[in-house]
Design a protein around this ligand. Structure first.
Ligand code: HAM
Length: 439
């Protein structure tokens, strides 16, 4: 009986994959993770790791029980003791749960935390949308300053800059505080009431359940109706307006291009004040690469103290897909520096000894264990994409002399067997840095 991967999931593999699947090659993920971690450290963020499942009520309360995520997308199950658990659909609620439960607020006032890991949403799979996807997220806890909002947005953009992405647009809006949103929802309700029957089916449901989400509708008729709808920015109180104005002016000063999109409300209920998304039109329907915003009430709502926070998360699949679409220079695949072939028992043992020596010197090396004839071993060496290959037989051992072959140029160099490890070591120090781009 054969088994296949569940719908909406994918494997990340060490093989060379065809163009449209290239983003699933593991060395690209390793490279991306390194850039993400380095950027996080440069912005003084520390890593936090939380479990991949939590009590269901964390997300119902945290993300919001009228959000799409909670109403239709959660992987929820009962454990053997009938506890309702959910595979995390996002990272923010879990990080805040850990922050409160471990009383991290006792140690210091501000915390900057980042995480990398899989998230699970039961969505209709399509290009760029998966049932297990991976996020890098950053949460700045403890500051209500607009400068913190801008540092967070800049950090997200810096990640994309370091990866060589272009043609990205930062969309930004303010959703004010709870009272602003309530007043705005009433105004939107009054406006949409007379258009209700002309709205798309989805928007008619949202009209009853979560009216703000209608602003996200991609339906052309809904879009037309929304053209005349009231604008949330007109409902902001003066302090919220000042906050938003300062965020916008800091973005301009730091030369971070942005567009105000007053219909941007985000699908998770915890946001207040600044919300933002980074979109890339080359990605098609699922064009949001990263997104986030301020969520000053979430820690308190989850039972913790009143501590303001702002953060973002970016989808790693979408980053890699954008890099490939934009022909960004990709890192080379990891491959051995030296491939060793021994053609008889004595040479085999000598090669194995050399192999262990190279590994202990932290030089990537591989030996052919197939025991097949030389032509097959040479094919294996080619497939391994090794930088150099050495073939050792009786003659090489007797004469203490061998040929080191540079695989790309096919050029050979004579080296004595007794000097081979130190010779390779020298080459490795010369070439190692460019060779190990992803390390
Ligand atoms: P989100 O917008 O739901 O925000 O997800 C963040 C990013 O994850 C999206 O911009 C997208 O790139 C990626 N993503 C989401 N769902 C999928 C999917 N099904 N397949 C592939 N990629 C996906 C959050 O999760 C918030 N926790 C962000 C945040 C952090 N806000 C404040 N702090």
């Amino acid at each position: 009986m054969s088994h296949s991967i569940p719908k909406g999931l994918f494997d990340i593999l060490p093989s060379d994959l065809k163009a449209e699947d290239k983003w699933r090659e593991v060395h690209l993920w390793q490279y991306l993770e390194n850039v993400l971690k380095k950027t996080a450290f440069d912005y003084a963020f520390e890593e936090i790791r939380t479990p991949i499942f939590e009590s269901t009520d964390l997300f119902t309360r945290g993300v919001g029980d009228s959000s799409d995520i909670v109403t239709k997308e959660m992987y929820t199950f009962l454990d053997k003791s009938d506890r309702s658990l959910t595979l995390r659909p996002e990272g923010t609620a879990s990080v805040m749960r850990a922050f409160i439960e471990n009383q991290m607020y006792q140690a210091k006032k501000t915390h900057k935390l980042f995480y990398i890991g899989p998230m699970f949403r039961y969505e209709r799979p399509q290009a760029g949308r998966y049932r297990q996807h991976h996020q890098f997220g950053a949460e700045a806890i403890g500051s209500s300053s607009p400068y913190q909002d801008v540092e967070i947005i800049d950090m997200l953009c810096e990640i994309y800059r370091r990866l060589g992405l272009s043609n990205l647009t930062v969309l930004i809006n303010s959703v004010g505080n709870m009272e602003t949103r309530d007043r705005y929802k009433n105004a939107l309700h009054d406006y949409l009431q007379e258009h209700e029957k002309d709205l798309s089916k989805d928007s008619q449901v949202r009209f009853q359940k979560n009216i703000l989400r209608i602003l996200d509708s991609k339906d052309p008729k809904d879009k037309q109706i929304l053209q005349e709808a009231p604008c949330i920015l007109d409902f902001l109180e003066s302090s919220a307006k000042d906050h938003f104005d300062l965020v916008c002016s800091l973005l301009s000063k730091e030369k971070i291009p942005y567009k105000i999109d007053h219909k941007l409300v985000r699908g998770l209920d915890y946001y207040n004040h600044t919300v933002f998304e980074v979109v890339c039109d080359e990605l098609g329907a699922q064009n949001t690469v990263g997104a986030g915003g301020r969520y000053d009430g979430l820690i308190h709502d989850l039972g913790g103290p009143d501590i303001p926070s702002v953060g973002f998360a970016t989808g790693m699949e979408r980053i890699l897909q954008t890099m490939i679409k934009q022909n960004v220079k990709l890192p080379k695949k990891n491959h051995p520096f030296l491939y060793l072939i021994g053609i008889d028992k004595t040479a085999f043992d000598t090669c194995f000894h050399l192999l262990t020596k190279l590994h202990r010197q932290q030089i990537p090396a591989q030996m052919d264990f197939s025991g097949k004839k030389l032509s097959i071993c040479l094919q294996n060496a080619d497939q391994s994409c090794a930088e150099y290959t050495v073939v050792l037989g009786e003659t090489e051992i007797q004469t203490n002399s061998l040929k080191l072959k540079h695989m790309a140029s096919r050029k050979e160099e004579s080296v004595t067997l007794s000097d081979l490890t130190s010779f390779i070591q020298k080459l490795w120090f010369k070439q190692g840095e460019t060779f190990r781009e992803n390390a």
